[in-house]
Design a protein around this ligand. Structure first.
Ligand code: KG4
Ligand code: ZN
Length: 338
């Protein structure tokens, strides 16, 4: 028996159609239709293709999630869907579908900030994850260090001034000819590599919580071009490991700067980059060393999924934050801005 309202969560902000049924913070079913193959030959997500693929997937995915959860749509207490940020055409598919479904069922509809969804992901597996906490959010479009004072009360301590961490993984992997999406391929390529063959720059040391990754990209390009010209290109695994270490280093350093400054006893993470194995290892080491509790979602809940949207939806529903029917998607929604 579940202990909370039954929430359907829909995520379509980028290239994954994620649908889940959650109740009382428990995931009853979560399904995902990935579009990786459709975008791979373009080396990145093509917004038009993403929107069309969501249109094809949304209905079967919703049916599949309900069936796996053993729930009939009539039983749902609310429908939650990602409202932004993300690709506007992609967002519109899940958001409109969710809104229409809620309307038809006579149930409340809750539009969710995608990044707040990532904040809620650790809670699905860690019941002891309660604020105050510092959370690193690192995805393809955003990198933020958030001081979660309370659920719904977020202080953004730092963010990227140029590329997001996931974007850095994606762009550098693409330049290295590793394929798409760059994060997971670079993670695998770095296996067994020696990260010390070259030390790429760690930018913005002087700003404790802010990130900058575009200089790293330039420095990897320059390094590889010089190495090629000299006929002296190091093994791919070593270069990948050095790139990964440069990104992971700053993410870990700055997150723990925030842990220290705020004095919180819990640290967590969310977003696709938190699936990175080296980052997870470094987070574990650092949290242990400092004696703070660490709450990392399992990798499948770090990347985009419907369960985190349903979890955030459950929180907002309980607070009475129901989204008006006239509200539309907002591709530039910013966490902590409202
Ligand atoms: O949160 P997410 O699934 O989607 C967005 O909201 O953007 O994050 C996707 C990002 C991509 O940039 C992807 O390359 C990165 O997360 N990513 C990883 C790993 N898995 C996904 N980055 C590093 N290592 C990984 N294992
Ligand atoms: Zn995401």
């Amino acid at each position: 028996m579940t202990t909370g309202p039954l929430i359907l969560g829909i995520e379509t902000s980028c290239d994954e159609t994620g649908v889940a049924v959650v109740s009382g913070g428990e995931v009853l079913a979560t399904v995902l239709s990935s579009q990786v193959d459709a975008h791979a030959r373009f080396g990145g997500v093509v917004p038009e293709i993403a929107a069309r693929a969501h249109i094809e997937a949304i209905r079967p995915m919703v049916h599949l999630a309900l069936r796996r959860a053993g729930v009939h749509s009539d039983q749902l207490d609310a429908v939650a869907a990602t409202r932004g940020p993300g690709l506007v055409g992609a967002l519109m598919v899940g958001y409109s579908f969710g809104k229409a479904m809620a309307w038809t069922l006579g149930a409340p509809f809750v539009g969710i900030d995608h990044m707040e969804g990532h904040l809620f992901a650790p809670r699905l597996e860690h019941v002891d994850f309660v604020p105050p906490a510092v959370v690193l959010l690192a995805s393809g479009g955003h990198s933020q260090i958030v001081h979660v004072r309370e659920w719904g009360d977020y202080e953004i301590l730092g963010s990227t001034i140029d590329d997001a961490a996931g974007e850095a993984f994606d762009k550098i992997a693409r330049f290295m000819g590793l394929g798409f999406p760059g994060g997971p391929v670079l993670d695998r390529a770095a296996e067994g590599g020696d990260p010390d063959i070259v030390k790429f720059p760690r930018a913005l040391r002087e700003r404790p919580y802010h990130f900058s990754f575009s200089g790293l990209k330039t420095s990897v390009v320059t390094f590889l071009e010089k190495a090629k010209a000299a006929g002296n290109v190091p093994p791919l695994a070593d270069v990948a490991a050095a790139v990964q270490e440069a990104i992971v280093d700053v993410l870990v350093d700055k997150t723990f700067n925030a842990v220290e400054a705020t004095g919180v006893e819990r640290v967590a993470g969310g977003g696709g980059v938190l699936a990175n194995r080296r980052l997870r290892e470094r987070f574990r080491e650092e949290a242990n060393r400092r004696g703070v509790a660490l709450h990392l979602p399992s990798p499948a809940l770090c990347t985009d999924n419907g369960a985190m949207i349903a979890a955030a939806g459950e929180f907002h529903l309980k607070r009475g934050d129901v989204t008006p029917w006239i509200a539309d998607v907002s591709s530039s929604l910013r966490l902590g801005a409202s």
